[in-house]
Design a protein around this ligand. Structure first.
Ligand code: PMP
Length: 404
């Protein structure tokens, strides 16, 4: 994998911040976008824009074809059985809300939902809202000191009242990769359906929903080199078929009458209103980028950067890294003793280095770790060893300035 050839495709990487070349390491929050994705958006607006599905005219059919082509490509990319199991959403958050709201309405009162302490708020709050509405209970799987899920605690939480398990594939803070296949198989043995938050997995590893055996899998386009504002919910047909619509409106109906309304077939039953067909079409160009580069090559490259960065960070006195499981994803969360994460982030920014600071929408995990927040650096296909060096140099400088 030639990183220089990849970098050429990302115009934003050429800009400066604070007079220094940008070193963009906030990839866990959102990745940057290659030119071909931007071109695909421009192409939609300048050549094909028309509302999808309702038109007989050429433009409408072109826009529909482009949107539906992406649906088929996404299905193939994650090895779904059918493109009808691919629902376009606004992102991971909406995908999980859809399941919690619609599938959740079918769950029996008094049931228990198993979550983990490493969940992003997007995989906590929708379940809490459901729990409040329908009298369900939430149980939480703990982690060990390395940041691995306690699988013994996971298994022990299942009981006769368990009705749902929802967990992240990869932690956006610890980088921990959870054993989704094993966890899902265990849940299924107990007759419990599984939702997986794949926001941090799809950009970094091969995801095969049928191999994993999951029932629902949600992810976001903007973290996988695609446009912001859209995402994907994969759901097994048998579940999606049994679920009531999430929102009502156009596109999701078969026939509307004041005597009663019938709903469209999958996937449209869950896509009320005009979808973001421009960005959906452009997501296809992001898949082009990922397929051309190769997800295995991206993963291997990111792993090298992770090792280099981890080794460099460990040399800094007072360094504490959160999440040290073997095979973790290329994201590092850390603190330096006596220094606030926010101050480090500010001083890194002054040197052109973009990292994220704070609780990373994982406040229960922060509470579990006993900290208010961390500095987080995450790597993508376009990052280089030189950038890791620049980050480490900038960090050492920041620590020297801030060390009490
Ligand atoms: N889950 C995880 C693990 C995430 O990292 C994120 C994004 N930070 C989300 C869910 C939410 O994604 P989005 O904001 O794109 O809906």
């Amino acid at each position: 994998m030639l990183v220089s050839k990849i970098r050429e495709q990302f115009p934003i990487l050429g800009r400066t911040v604070a007079g220094k070349p940008l070193v963009y390491l906030d990839n866990t929050a959102t990745s940057q976008t290659p030119r071909r994705v931007v071109d695909a958006i421009v192409d939609m607006y300048t050549r094909h824009k028309a509302n999808v599905h309702r038109g007989v005219h050429t433009l409408s059919q072109e826009a529909t074809d482009l949107q539906e082509l992406t649906r088929r490509r996404v299905a193939r990319y994650i090895n779904a059985e059918s493109h009808e199991e691919i629902i376009f959403t606004r992102g991971t958050t909406e995908g999980i809300n859809l399941v919690a709201s619609s599938f959740g309405s079918l769950l029996p009162e008094g049931g228990e939902i198993i979550l983990t302490v490493m969940e992003h708020h997007a995989d906590i709050v929708p379940w809490q809202l459901l729990a409040q509405r329908r009298g369900l209970k939430i149980k939480v799987v703990d982690i060990d000191d390395s940041g691995a899920l306690r699988l013994d605690s996971y298994r022990a939480l299942f009981g006769p009242d368990t009705v749902m398990a929802a967990f992240t594939h990869v932690s956006n803070v610890l980088g921990t990769v959870n054993p989704v296949r094993e966890m899902t198989a265990y849940a299924h043995e107990q007759g419990v359906p599984v939702l997986v938050d794949g926001a941090q997995a799809v950009p970094h590893m091969r995801v095969d929903v049928r191999d994993l055996g999951v029932d629902f899998y949600a992810f976001s386009s903007h973290k996988m080199y695609g446009p912001a504002g859209i995402g994907v919910l994969y759901g097994r047909r048998e579940f999606l078929d049994s679920m009531p619509p999430y929102q009502g409106g156009g596109e999701m109906i078969k026939h509307v009458s004041f005597d009663g309304t019938t709903y469209a077939d999958l996937p449209f039953k869950f896509e009320a209103g005009t979808p973001d067909f421009v960005d959906i079409a452009a997501l296809g160009a992001a898949l082009d980028f990922m397929e051309e580069t190769g997800i295995e090559a991206i993963a291997a490259h990111e792993r090298q950067l992770l090792e280099q960065a981890t080794a460099g960070l460990m040399e800094i006195p007072g360094m504490h890294i959160y999440g040290t499981t073997p095979g973790k994803e290329a994201v590092i969360s850390f603190n330096v003793e006596g220094i606030h994460n926010y101050d480090l982030g500010m001083l890194l920014d002054k040197q052109g280095v973009a990292v994220r600071t704070g609780h990373h929408c994982a406040q229960p995990l922060m509470e579990r770790l006993g900290i208010p927040g961390t500095v987080r650096a995450g790597f993508a296909a376009y990052n280089t060893p030189e950038e890791v060096d620049a980050f480490l140099t900038a960090l050492r400088r920041a620590v020297d300035i801030l060390r009490p």
